[in-house]
Design a protein around this ligand. Structure first.
Ligand SMILES: [Zn+2]
Length: 247
């Protein structure tokens, strides 16, 4: 790092490559020959006392002998083409365990989809180091944003209270994608599934894990009951109003 500068939207930390070392290929990680330097990029980093922090860097491209092609160099602070640093993604995912994803997005001034991606990365990171064969009870839940126009299906390990998998949508194929990923062997060990009262989930669990006892989530059953009670109440009020008018 060479300098830190105050700018209108926070602090900018300008990074310079360490010329004692050859750049590494962003695809295979091997040291490779310098090819050219790309335009300046700004990466959002962990805020400092509430002040936004940006890492500024001009990524280089390398001609990689191993890959046999030109790639962007490896930048250890960021994964793929993200605009957020790895450290910030970890922080978003950590907060998302306590707050709703929308609250985290508001708190950090980022998109909901960035929080969702951070959680996805954290889950993938955890799962890569984890044995799935001991999972016997799972829970399925959906979350929505944009007033119910966009859905995400989450699957939890109920014994560990940990998020196992997260995927877009709430259709049969969304949950089917979980079972594809989880594998037949692990699915066969599932004894119980807790799900909310959503027919595509119920159908998919019956089809893919027929041995599992399906428990419908108490919270959602209560919600449905309350809605039914409300409906009856509204009808009664309407009925009374009609009676008053006609009497
Ligand atoms: Zn390479």
């Amino acid at each position: 790092m060479i300098s830190v500068e105050k700018v209108t939207d926070g602090l900018e930390a300008k990074l310079m490559p360490d010329r004692r070392f050859a750049p590494r290929c962003g695809v295979c990680g091997e040291p490779a020959a310098y090819r050219d330097t790309r335009p300046l990029r700004r990466f959002r980093h962990v805020p400092l006392w509430g002040i936004a922090v940006w890492l500024i860097y001009r990524p280089r491209r390398v001609a990689c002998g191993r890959c046999g092609s030109v790639h962007a160099e490896a930048m250890p602070w960021v994964s793929g083409k993200r605009r957020f640093t790895r450290a910030l993604m970890v922080i978003l995912a950590t907060w998302a365990r306590i707050l709703t994803w929308q609250q985290v997005a508001t708190l950090f001034g980022c998109a909901w989809s960035t929080v969702a991606a951070a959680v996805g990365e954290a889950v993938a990171h955890g799962l890569a180091r984890r044995d799935l064969s001991g999972i016997t009870h799972s829970g399925i839940d959906e979350i929505s944003r944009q007033r119910g126009h966009v859905y995400v299906t989450n699957v939890y390990d109920l014994k560990d209270h940990r998020l196992l998998w997260s995927g877009e949508g709430r259709a049969r194929k969304s949950l089917a994608a979980f079972f594809d990923w989880f594998g037949e062997e692990c699915t066969a060990r599932i004894e119980g599934v807790c799900s909310d009262m959503w027919q595509p989930y119920i159908d998919t669990v019956k089809e893919r894990a027929p041995q599992a006892v399906l428990v419908l989530d108490k919270f959602h059953i209560v919600q449905h009951l309350m809605r039914a009670v409300d409906q009856v109440r509204r009808e009664e009020i309407r009925e009374k109003a009609r009676n008053i008018r006609s009497s």
